[in-house]
Write a protein that binds this ligand. Structure first.
Ligand code: PMP
Length: 349
């Protein structure tokens, strides 16, 4: 057999939960924002891609899109770069900043697909854990001391907790030699962001995506916000044809029609709070999520998940993650879906 990258031998393939590709199933398992899209907005999106020239490569330096994203973020264009999903941004970040002896810290639990991206470069990956996620939000920040690169999602996937900007600033200012990679995939639902800090610190990268609040997981568009020095070093290896023409045009259209997106965010956050209230009255443990999903704890998660499946609803089993025994992550969808799920919960209490 040919020789592979030595580190790949110890990497376990990331296996996603099984997806049922049936339009009749409600997909509340992967945190997409799949409440129906307003028909007027859908028409605007569809019209915008009509004139794409299929034979041409995508624009490799779309400053119009970058400008629109920078205005949305409140930073300068030079602080933005776009990628084929935030997953791709993460792979470039680790390729750029990790060495064989780098020590990476992840606040656990977290978005675990990134583990294999990290292990390709270093075997020194450790986790900072919260003991009981239903009673505490607090990470052991001392764990940061011994690492070079720290990754966390904020709000966190799968708990939905938001680590305060005050703590983030304390960390990045105390450790100017360490790189902090803050994944804000769900920030729109929390209405909080640490993005202002990139103006002051060159050891912070914020990652964002069009897959969640923008409801466009299919187009694969993510972006990073950081100081120009960080963007230009990643640009050395970034594939310039990374983002396809459909993603570019649809993202521009979405940013031009931001009110439709804001309306969707309002619906999801309203439904999330409704869901929390009902879970509280049923005495079901749930996390105080600021994202578009809730993590709940059932007596028997497998039984609950199977009953959801019988009702054509997909939810995400988190039982196999240490500390999340019998936990299930549920994407917040339409009120009718939430009511159906609440009925299943009531029967299984
Ligand atoms: N970051 C987090 C925290 C996520 O939960 C996800 C998707 N579940 C991603 C990144 C991936 O986003 P994208 O679709 O932009 O690759």
């Amino acid at each position: 057999m040919v020789r592979t990258n030595d580190n790949i031998l110890n990497i376990k393939e990331y296996v996603p939960s099984e997806r049922v590709y049936n339009p009749n199933f409600k997909k509340l398992d992967w945190n997409e924002c799949n409440i129906p899209i307003n028909s007027k907005y859908l028409e605007i999106l569809q019209n915008s891609i009509k004139n794409i020239n299929l034979t041409e490569y995508p624009n490799v330096n779309n400053q119009f899109l970058i400008k629109k994203i920078s205005l949305y973020c409140g930073v300068d264009s030079s602080n933005i770069q776009i990628f084929n999903g935030s997953d791709s941004a993460l792979t470039y970040i680790f390729a750029t900043f990790l060495n064989l002896d780098s020590r990476v810290l992840i606040f656990h639990p977290n978005y675990n697909q990134i583990e294999s991206f990290i292990r390709l470069y270093t075997k020194y990956l450790s986790f900072s854990k919260i003991e009981n996620i239903f009673s505490s939000h607090d990470y052991n920040l001392n764990d940061v001391k011994n690492c070079n690169v720290i990754y966390f999602s904020n709000p966190n996937n799968p708990t939905g907790y938001y680590l305060s900007n005050q703590i983030i600033e304390q960390l990045i200012s105390n450790y100017p030699q360490k790189l902090f990679v803050v994944d804000e995939a769900y920030f729109e639902f929390a209405r909080q962001t640490a993005i202002e800090l990139i103006k002051k610190y060159d050891n912070l990268i914020i990652i964002r995506t069009f897959s969640k609040a923008f409801s466009m997981a299919s187009i694969r568009l993510g972006y990073i916000c950081a100081q120009e020095s960080i963007i230009s070093i990643i640009n050395k290896i970034r594939n310039i044809k990374e983002v396809n023409s459909f993603a570019q045009v649809l993202a521009e259209t979405a940013l031009d029609n931001i009110d439709f997106i804001k309306e969707r965010i309002n619906v999801i956050t309203f439904n999330r709070e409704f869901f929390k209230k009902r879970l509280k009255s049923l005495s079901i443990p749930y996390t105080q999520s600021q994202a578009n999903f809730l993590l709940i704890k059932m007596k028997n998660s497998l039984k609950f998940i199977n009953e959801c499946l019988n009702n054509h609803i997909l939810v995400r089993d988190r039982n196999s993650i240490k500390g999340l025994e019998n936990c299930v992550r549920i994407t917040v969808g339409e009120i009718e879906d939430i009511k159906k799920i609440l009925n299943i919960i009531k029967l299984q209490k």
